[in-house]
Design a binder for this molecule. Structure first.
Ligand SMILES: [Zn+2]
Ligand SMILES: [Zn+2]
Length: 246
């Protein structure tokens, strides 16, 4: 059965990315309605880091971790939980290189997330970058593939390559948290010719998956050090444990 479903999902480009039923669109009506009902926008969460937190029911509110150690970014908005119905589709996009799935994620973000976001001023949208080596290996940056397909508000300009990432030889999982944070601090850079796109601008950083927030904190620190006025994270899938180490 599993093999059959996998086969079907590969054979039919319009199979729903969640339930794999053959549909006219890549997200069937049933799964779309489920996502709409259960998206993280309907749950109390920290306005700053996006973590689900009942204490944040009176909005806008920040979780205790953000209050104690404020991250460099100002806001985080997440579509769905990492262990929810979109996890498998995200794995297929990233690790089986099913690039067409990025259309469905962009569709979901445009229809289910954007209506909750009040983007009235001009902003620049930047994907979290991969290193040149990782980009060459995978063939694409999944965050950019989703971001560039979103029906952005008129004032938002998406730029693929303003941010760069240095290649790291050592395995992040093997490092302890402190080592990882030191390494992350120097992992990202702004391409010199793109400096003017950052200065005094509102920046939207687009990421496929947010876990500890360390990566996004490092990027926001870099952006603010280079004159960004504000940094807001747009995240497709959010792990809901603030202590997750992956
Ligand atoms: Zn479906
Ligand atoms: Zn928080």
């Amino acid at each position: 059965m599993h093999f059959f479903r996998t086969l079907i999902s590969h054979a039919l480009p319009t199979a729903c990315i969640v339930c794999a039923r053959h549909q006219k669109t890549m997200l069937c009506n049933f799964c779309y309605a489920f996502l709409e009902k259960h998206s993280l926008f309907h749950y109390p969460s920290c306005v700053r880091c996006g973590i689900q937190d009942e204490a944040c029911a009176t909005e806008p509110h920040q979780c205790s971790i953000c209050l104690q150690q404020p991250p460099a970014f100002d806001q985080t908005h997440c579509l769905d939980r990492y262990d929810g119905v979109l996890q498998n589709a995200m794995h297929q996009l990233k690790y089986q290189r099913r690039l067409a799935i990025s259309d469905a994620f962009a569709y979901a973000w445009s229809r289910l997330a954007l209506p909750h976001l009040n983007i009235s001023e001009e902003a620049v949208l930047l994907p979290v970058p991969l290193s040149t080596q990782k980009l060459a290996h995978r063939g694409f940056n999944q965050s950019w593939e989703i971001a560039k397909r979103i029906q952005l508000p008129p004032g938002v300009q998406a730029i693929a390559n303003a941010l760069g990432r240095h290649h790291s030889d050592s395995n992040q999982v093997e490092r302890n948290r402190q080592d990882r944070q030191v390494a992350l601090r120097h992992a990202f850079y702004i391409r010199p010719e793109m400096q003017s796109k950052i200065q005094n601008k509102s920046i939207l950083v687009f990421d496929d998956v947010m876990t500890t927030g360390s990566t996004l904190h490092s990027i926001a620190t870099l952006l603010k050090d280079n004159g960004a006025r504000s940094v807001m994270n747009w995240v497709v899938l959010r792990t809901l444990s603030p202590h997750a180490q992956t």
